[in-house]
Design a protein. Sequence first.
Length: 427
Amino acid sequence: QLVEDFIVPEHQKRVHAVLSQTLQGVETQNFELSLQSRTGGRQIHAMLSTRARTNNSGEVVGVVGILQDVTNLQQAMSDISRVTDDFTELFDVANMPIFSLTAEGCVMEWNQKLVKLTGWTKEEVQGRPLVKHFVTDQSKSEVDAVLANILAGKGTSDFAVQMLGKDGRRSEMLFSATTRRGTNGEVSGVACIGQDITALRDALDEQQRLADDLSRLIETANAPIFGVGVDGLVTEWNRKSVELTGYSQQEVLGRHFVDDFIEAEQKEKVQTVLAQACDGMETAKLELRIRTKSSKQLVVVLNVTARRGAEGSIVGVIGVGQDITALNQAKLESMHMAGDMKQLISTANAPIFVIDSEGKVNEWNQKAASISGWTKAEAVGKPFVQTFIDEQEQDEVWGVFANALTGDESANSELTLLTKAGSRRKL
């Protein structure tokens, strides 16, 4: 029994309903369900499409279902969502003002520090032009010019700005800004992170680290399914294949799959895989590049298996794929974002260092090197507290780090940094 033996209990009733509807002629697309593995150790998440199966007289005699395993895809989306949530939470509670703007200069994000500094709540500022409503007249032209350069893709920039509080009070802040980019790399806005220098301008030399805005978007699609005969001609081309490639069934059926739709550098490999499938040798997770009707390149992870006729003989090949074009683009974007964040940390207007669980330095930005005199190469790998902290403060500073390593964060902790020249810098 399909439902009772293979479907997890909480989905059995819904799957029963879907199968009943299909037997009545109502097809189902993209129905989510969970299957129990043979060992019972894990669940397999899948997308189900069904259609009625009829005999020669047109009578419904059963159901044909196509499953797409989306377990790994769901896990990847969950991981990305968790990372995004972590960064969003970090930005919101950071002890430094952080905001982001649309390409039109309207406020999108406004963290708790800015609420405290300006009195304006996030709900009061979202969607309103930053420069027009929240920047003093003296700063408007300079901020407009900086934002215009950032939106033109000219990298990061530091700028000072007088923010106008809800009560009319002015707060002077120093911001670093960088572009926000969409999934295709286009500039979609500006992300800014800074420090309130109203009271600390003459007393502090640095501020907390600057973080890059993180956004990920993963486009997912259901499985494209196609069939190829032993002669290499396309025999099946489902609706998802039509949607993804732009080619209708009429345009594809009867054409040579490899010659007409596969990129030149993959033709030989794909032809070999199809030949092996026709010999009964299945192939899993073949990454395939297919040319779309609009000349774009579609990347599909493909499982290929033999298609058998009524007598059991192999009559062709069936390929079931998963479109990972958007996922590859997202990975590329993630690499770009990681590079941007690394550059932003390296050039931030505040000393930034990172220690590992043993208290050894593994990151040391340019500002930290400038203030201390110790280069990154000299600092990395050394015990931070024992090497760079005044002896009288070492126990206290290590206590702060030890708490942080257990998840107990600390803000505005003071320490005395020993420079390479032997002087002391208060941070």
